[in-house]
Design a protein around this ligand. Structure first.
Ligand SMILES: [Zn+2]
Length: 236
């Protein structure tokens, strides 16, 4: 068995498989994230309409207050003209003055609310566009992921086939241990030797272990248990 190169390929295949499966799992999570943005934008639009409605009702209420105040002042003016005494005249005059002041304050308030309503009304399109854009993003991502997921399924199928063909090259005795490791750790079941040490846990190999690995013996790291191999492009 050309141990070192095929073990390296075996490890790379595990890594590629893990990566492809990870991308496949992430897709639905990313779609969900975009769906929650859509809901958030829809809620903002809804709140915007509710607030606008509240402001309009507020303005209507103030206009009614203004009308009744106007009516009150008109009545007071009638009373003023038929005042029975100077004292009564002064009282009515004072009430009219106070009510006219209140009316002026109320008019300012109404103007302010109206201005707010105008500027808020102008923002409706902005809120609607935010919703539309969030939906577009979600739909575009979903369509893109549908294509990608078909590609990923194909890739995974090919990698699994390739993996099986590489695994057939492993001697039967270490194969069982290898299978258990892969089942629990995935691609981390294997490790390239780097600078004479295990690339996973950095424990140094003995010179004898390196010779054994180079001569095709399948060895597991004495510390982390990973199946070791020498990457000839890095470790001559
Ligand atoms: Zn190790």
């Amino acid at each position: 068995m050309p141990a070192t190169n095929s073990l390296k390929e075996l490890h790379q295949t595990h890594q590629q498989l893990e990566d492809a499966r990870h991308q496949l799992e992430r897709g639905p999570v990313q779609i969900k994230a975009r769906e929650s943005i859509v809901r958030k934008r829809e809620k903002e639009l809804e709140d915007y309409h509710a607030e606008l409605k509240r402001q309009k009702m507020f303005a209507d209420q103030k206009s009614l207050d203004l009308q009744s105040l106007e009516k009150k002042i008109t009545d007071l003016k009638v009373k003023l003209n038929s005042a029975a005494s100077n004292r009564e005249f002064d009282i009515f005059k004072e009430q009219i003055r106070a009510d006219e002041m209140a009316m002026s304050v109320l008019e300012d308030e109404i103007l302010e609310i109206m201005e707010r309503i105008d500027s808020e009304t102008a923002r409706q399109e902005e809120y609607e566009q935010n919703v539309a854009k969030a939906k577009e993003d979600r739909d575009a991502f979903r369509a893109q992921f549908e294509t990608k997921s078909r590609e990923l399924h194909d890739t995974i199928q090919k990698l699994e086939k390739h993996l099986a063909s590489l695994e057939r090259l492993l001697p039967s005795e270490p194969k069982e241990q290898y299978r258990r490791l892969v089942a629990s750790r995935g691609a981390k079941a294997m490790s390239a030797v780097s600078n004479g040490a295990c690339g996973n846990c950095y424990v140094n190999l003995t010179p004898q272990q390196r010779i054994q690995i180079k001569s095709g013996v399948v060895l597991f790291c004495s510390s982390c248990g990973a199946l070791l191999y020498i990457d000839e492009s890095q470790e001559p």
